[in-house]
Every structure is written in structure tokens, then in C-alpha cells.
Design a binder for this molecule. Sequence first.
Ligand SMILES: Nc1ncnc2c1ncn2[C@@H]1O[C@H](COP(=O)(O)OP(=O)(O)OP(=O)(O)O)[C@@H](O)[C@H]1O
Length: 269
Amino acid sequence: MAQQDVEPIVQAAHVSLGYSRKRKQEVTIVEDTSFSIQRGEKFVLIGPSGCGKTTLLKAIGGFLPPYQGELLVKGRPVQGPGPDRAFVFQDFEQLFAWRTVLGNIVYALQVTKRLSRQEATDKARFYLELVDVAAAADKYPHMLSGGMKQRAALARALALEPDILLMDEPFGALDAITRNQLQLELNEIWRRTNVTIVLVTHSIQEAIFLGHRVMVMSSSPARIREIVDTSTAEDLSSAAFTDLSQHLQSLLVRQAPLLEPVAQLSAVE
Ligand SMILES: Nc1ncnc2c1ncn2[C@@H]1O[C@H](COP(=O)(O)OP(=O)(O)OP(=O)(O)O)[C@@H](O)[C@H]1O
């Protein structure tokens, strides 16, 4: 296989992230973190509330440069946001309220991909079908349920045909039944598109069900506790699923020793 085929799509080496406060030093949120994500992988971030999961997602998305270390996407340092990385958030209000569902996607495609109206409409309809929200194409966001809004947001993100889909608790505000349905569908969509997914969640069950690997983070500042392979445990009733749940739970509640940065790198190679 050619070198470029095996190169990770995301590589973080000793990355530290923080926010500067007025006239004060940078506050470190994520410290000395090293990991890599393979193309086509579903990589999940989990950790205590406020530990820095979204901060890491923002850095991959190009909204927050590391103040230390190196963060590469497709082999190049991240220099800002781009259409190769699309976000889906938890917030139900991420669509433009004054455009229909179809109009939201067509607009995104015209602005970011410079497609003609017809090309954008055709592509938008394809992704609305894929995410099973085609029936709502001509509706405005306020006319949709929470689940439909998340489907529409997912369709818009997928329509950009990004290399990486960055998902920040996308199903966190949904009821349990809708959430389970969308988890199943996301796995199916991934099978059809093979898009790389980096997903933040608070749910251990969701992390195992959706992720190939789950990166468990500590807090204050965030470092990596462990990167757990969950690729073989999709069946919720299996013993492997239960064992992994217990393992992730224990990593989240107890003060397990942190992976040294050197071990983090070898763990992902
Ligand atoms: N723009 C910002 N400026 C300053 N501090 C910020 C900013 N955004 C986030 N923070 C702080 O960074 C820390 C990590 O926040 P982040 O949202 O990354 O955590 P999280 O793990 O995603 O949280 P949660 O699980 O609750 O969604 C928090 O202490 C938060 O207050």
C-alpha cells in the first residue's frame, strides 16, 4: 500500500491547547496530547464534563491553534477551518431559521463548494435521502422535531463531502428512542460513505456502539487516560460490550494513571 494510503488523517503530537485570558497567562485545557486517527475511522472522545473534549474538536476543526505541539490533518499543519472538516453540534438551532431544510443545504453547498443551484439541489436531495429526511426538504427548521433537525444538520454536513465529520454530542439532546435510531443510522451512513468521524459523547454505550476506538480523557488539564479499541463490540448484548462498558466506566471514575506521551504515540501506531 502506498505511504499516503496509510498516513493517519489526523496526527497530534504533544499538543497543548488553551484559551488566553485578558492580561493573564494562557489557561491550559488540553496538555501534551498525542494520538492519531486513521482515515475512515470512527474515533470517539469521552471524559468528564468540561475536561476539554470540545476544545480538542475545535482544534481539529481549525478554530483553535495549539500553543504547543503539532496537529496535522492529512499530513499538513491545521491552519484554520475548511470544507474538508464539517461540524454537527448538539444544538437543535444550527440551521438557518429563514431557509428550508433543502435551502440550508443548497446554500452551504453554493457558498463552500461554489456549485450551481442545480448541482447543489441534486446533491442536497441525495443526502436528504441518505439521512432519511427527504420528506422535510421544504419545511423550515421551526416545523421539525429535534430528531429531524439533527438529521437535517447531519445531511448538510455530509453534503459537503468532508474528509472528517466532527460531531459534538450530536444526539445528546434527543429522547432515548430517537437517539438509538440515529445511532443505528449513523453506523449505516458510515458504512455507505466511509467518512472519518470524530465524535464527542457523554454516553459510554454510544461511545462503544459507534466507535472503533474510544479516547478516554482526564481533566484539569485534559490528558489521555487510555485509547480503547471498541471495534469488535457493536452488539449491545454481548459480553465484550459489557466488559468494555465496565472498563470505560472505571477509567472515567477512578484516577487511573495517565498514558505517558511516548506511550500514547506507540499505542496508536
Ligand atoms: N472560548 C473559551 N474561552 C475560555 N475558556 C473556554 C472557552 N471555551 C471553553 N472554555 C473552557 O475550557 C474548558 C473545557 O471546555 P470544553 O467545552 O472543551 O469541555 P468539554 O469536555 O467539551 O465539556 P462538556 O463535556 O461539558 O461539553 C472548560 O473549563 C471551559 O470553561
